[in-house]
Design a protein around this ligand. Structure first.
Ligand code: UGA
Length: 452
């Protein structure tokens, strides 16, 4: 099938590369010329494991452009995967979405096409996008519209494991009010639904994945599924963090408590890692957007609101713990292990490290930081904060009064803790992710404390 993808961020680029890999002819479009130039040269503008390899393997089915006239005419499926950044009210900014919809309307022609909302968009956006495409199309063609239908196909990939989540998803959700749209998307996803493609050597198919379930719904339900899924994952994390606070007071071990409840198949073990809480561009934005949508209908979502509050408190708890240990923060030097919002990405959007660094700087702390991947990006996006960046974790430890493990990169599990302890002025580590081995650190001479 011929596929156009508008927006080459994490979602758009991953979707484009995976569909090209499974045999479709894909044109990826972005308004950013430098991104398109880089992609044409085979360079991946984001850090995502294996994306470069899969892009190279799929090259013959992939084209990159900045031109709607090249991408849209003749496409069977047009994905909108543009950014929907948050506005101060919590509602997402739909400017890029409306630009994309209008441009599709101006260029769509020929046979039947399905316009798919892949970006996370508020409930009702399917109808809105449909009206924008129709309007732009009719203006151009003197009142005569083209044949198209709108579908919602929410994305559930996680940064850092985006390709795995796209090729071996738990489910594919398609919301469409027109059966023809569902048929087209069913054909598009068939190689993934039936798992008929040969798996790349570096992304082997998990044994448990034989076929992928397809859930077909109406437009509004698919749109709500996306928000409800992210809100549920976010509140699962906040729940374990709330229990973590109590566990600390009663002398229980939160990791064991999480294991104990997670073994109940009704609860499940994932997204129960207690610590600094969630960051990233999705959970904060989507829970705020869900509350904003509910507000438009005169509703209040107290559970979602509480999950957000608990998440914010987790960052304050870092400062509380450091105060407990160091008594005075002014004039201290504190090193952050990890800047990215989670391992295997260089994404710094809503990264806990940034919020924590700012809270410490506001209290007169000199903040140092290390990250295996995100240092360059931090330098480009946050150089004004005044954080000293260090090329290695061991170098950062020099003269520190405390270290905080913010992102659980694997390499921190294997650090030379003797070397770290010797370099620190006060060998103390606060583990914000329950990721390190308390006994190993204690043997190396580092006092260990975890966030709960
Ligand atoms: C999240 C969802 O997991 C994806 O399904 C969804 O497609 C995506 O948002 C999106 O809407 O685009 P992502 O934000 O990439 O994916 O990363 P997650 O792995 O979900 O992690 C989010 C945050 O939660 C990270 O800061 C992570 O450290 C934190 N987390 C995760 C915890 O604190 N505890 C956990 O047990 C799990």
């Amino acid at each position: 099938m011929r596929v156009a993808i508008i927006g080459t961020g994490y979602v758009g680029l991953t979707t484009g590369v995976c569909l090209a890999f499974t045999g479709h002819s894909v044109v990826c479009l972005d308004s950013d010329c430098s991104k398109i130039d880089a992609l044409r040269a085979g360079q991946v503008p984001i850090y995502e494991p294996n994306l470069g390899e899969l892009l190279e393997e799929s090259q013959r089915n992939l084209q990159f452009t900045t031109s709607y006239a090249e991408a849209i005419p003749g496409a069977d499926v047009i994905f909108i995967a543009v950014g929907t950044p948050p506005t101060p009210s919590g509602a997402p900014n739909l400017e890029f979405l409306s630009q994309a919809a209008r441009a599709i309307g101006q260029h769509i022609n020929g046979g039947f096409a399905v316009v798919v909302n892949k970006s996370t968009v508020p409930i009702g956006s399917g109808n809105w996008v449909g009206s924008l495409v129709r309007e732009a199309c009719e203006q151009r063609r003197g009142g005569k519209g083209a044949e198209f239908a709108v579908a919602s196909n929410p994305e559930f990939l996680r940064e850092g494991s985006a390709l795995h989540d796209s090729l071996y998803p738990d489910r594919i959700v398609i919301g469409a009010d027109e059966p023809r749209a569902l048929e087209v998307l069913y054909s598009l996803y068939r190689p993934i639904l039936d798992q008929t493609f040969s798996a790349p050597t570096y992304l082997s198919r998990p044994e448990s994945v034989v076929a992928v379930p397809l859930l077909s719904t109406d437009l509004a339900s698919a749109e709500l599924i996306k928000y409800a899924a992210n809100a549920f994952l976010a509140l699962k994390i906040s729940f374990i963090n709330e229990i973590g606070l109590l566990a600390e007071r009663v002398g229980a071990n939160i990791t064991e408590v999480a294991r104990g409840i997670g073994l109940d198949s009704r609860i499940g073990p994932r997204f129960l890692s207690a610590g600094l809480g969630w960051g990233g561009s999705c959970f904060g934005k989507d829970t705020a957007a869900l509350m904003a949508t509910a507000g438009e209908y005169g509703l209040h979502l107290p559970i979602v609101e509480a999950a957000r509050k608990v998440n914010a408190w987790q960052r304050d708890r870092v400062v509380e713990k450091l105060l407990q240990e160091l008594k005075i923060l002014k004039g201290r030097t504190i090193g952050l292990l990890g800047l990215a919002f989670k391992p295997n990405t260089d994404d710094l959007r809503e990264a806990p490290a940034i919020e924590i660094a700012q809270k410490l700087i506001d209290r007169g702390v000199r903040v140092k930081a290390h990250d295996p991947i995100a240092l360059d990006r931090f330098q480009r996006e946050h150089s004004k904060m005044g954080v000293s960046l260090c090329a290695s974790a061991c170098e950062m430890a020099e003269g520190c009064d405390a270290l905080v493990l913010v992102t659980e990169w694997n390499e921190y599990r294997e650090l030379d803790w003797e070397c770290v302890a010797q370099k620190m002025r006060n060998p103390f580590l606060l583990d914000g992710r329950h990721a390190l081995d308390r006994e190993k650190l204690t043997r190396a001479g580092v006092r260990y404390m975890s966030i709960s």
